[in-house]
Design a protein around this ligand. Sequence first.
Ligand SMILES: Cc1cc2ncn([C@H]3O[C@H](COP(=O)(O)O)[C@@H](O)[C@H]3O)c2cc1C
Ligand SMILES: O=C(O)c1cccnc1
Length: 355
Amino acid sequence: MNTFPTISSIENNDLRQQLQQIIGLKTKPLGALGRLESLGLQLGLIQGTTTPHIDQPQIRVFAADHGLAQHGTSAFPSAVTAQMVLNFLHGGAAINVLARQHNIELKVVDAGVATDFDSSYFKGNPQLLDYKVRHGSRDALNEPAMTDEECTLALNNGMKVAQELTGNLLIVGEMGIGNTSAASLLLARLGDLPIAECIGRGTGLDDAGLQHKEQVLTQVLERHSAATTPFAALAALGGLEIATMVGALIQAASDKLILLIDGFIASIALLVAEHLAPGVKQYAIFAHHSVEPGHTHLLQLLDAEPLLDMQMRLGEGSGAALAYPLLQSACAIINEMASFNDAGVSEKSSSENNN
Ligand SMILES: Cc1cc2ncn([C@H]3O[C@H](COP(=O)(O)O)[C@@H](O)[C@H]3O)c2cc1C
Ligand SMILES: O=C(O)c1cccnc1
């Protein structure tokens, strides 16, 4: 088992009051910028400042294969994981487009892809980071997806990925055919929910495929009924990319980075991180509501209200990249917008003056 770094509380009453006052005195009716105001407040508290700012935002896309995928739990074959990694490296995936649009640096982490990549991809200032624990997780129908050692290694790898980051904002994305199954299994176990409420079509299963997925996942949960602690559940039911993401989220929260959380898979990594290192969630901003049905339960468990609902179900970090400019706007409002005093605009009349 790992020991994890401590997570500082972001709560600071004086700072909260200062931020509330700064936002409240801007030239607008009180509260009129809605969630942009609470977002700015959270960013200020995370950074411990009245002038929050985003510097060198980073996306890490964690990729791995899943042994369980051989049982037909995804509409796509496992080979697509490696093919998509090459697509990321060649700049052609959805997340590449959004990262370029918003000037977010993107790197891919090989946490356990079944295919080996050409060594040239790892050289120099690489866009592909080699944290491969093994060639795909084990088949969770027969054994834990990871041994305790493999799971610990993946968590430690994720912490290293976060330690190597520049900048103050992290988006964790993922690519792993079959990983909606791993996320659903973890949600069912850690949220104590029926598996039927945690599953969805993922990459596009039809009705028969969805039924089959439910049967397979039910068997996996029975096989690992003893895996009830967060670590045991992660090892038995999770995946290498999910465990590596968990480590990265814990380390990044410990380093007081802003965590911009994508959809279903990134949110399950955050739930596990919160169980293993309580407090991580304070650093998280939930970007969007995924179409994957389990995400609704997961957001409730996390008491989270995502910023966007774009009917997306892709992963890769795409929903988080889309929400990123809202965070930039929240910072800019705090730092650049005039107060009533600065601009010589009259504040709301008091009720006495109206008499
Ligand atoms: C071409 C392609 C690109 C993707 N990018 C993200 N995912 C997403 O779909 C997968 C999870 O769904 P399931 O559990 O049904 O396999 C993950 O790889 C996730 O990142 C993709 C899936 C495909 C097919
Ligand atoms: O919301 C997600 O993270 C998601 C949904 C479907 C497929 N892959 C990822």
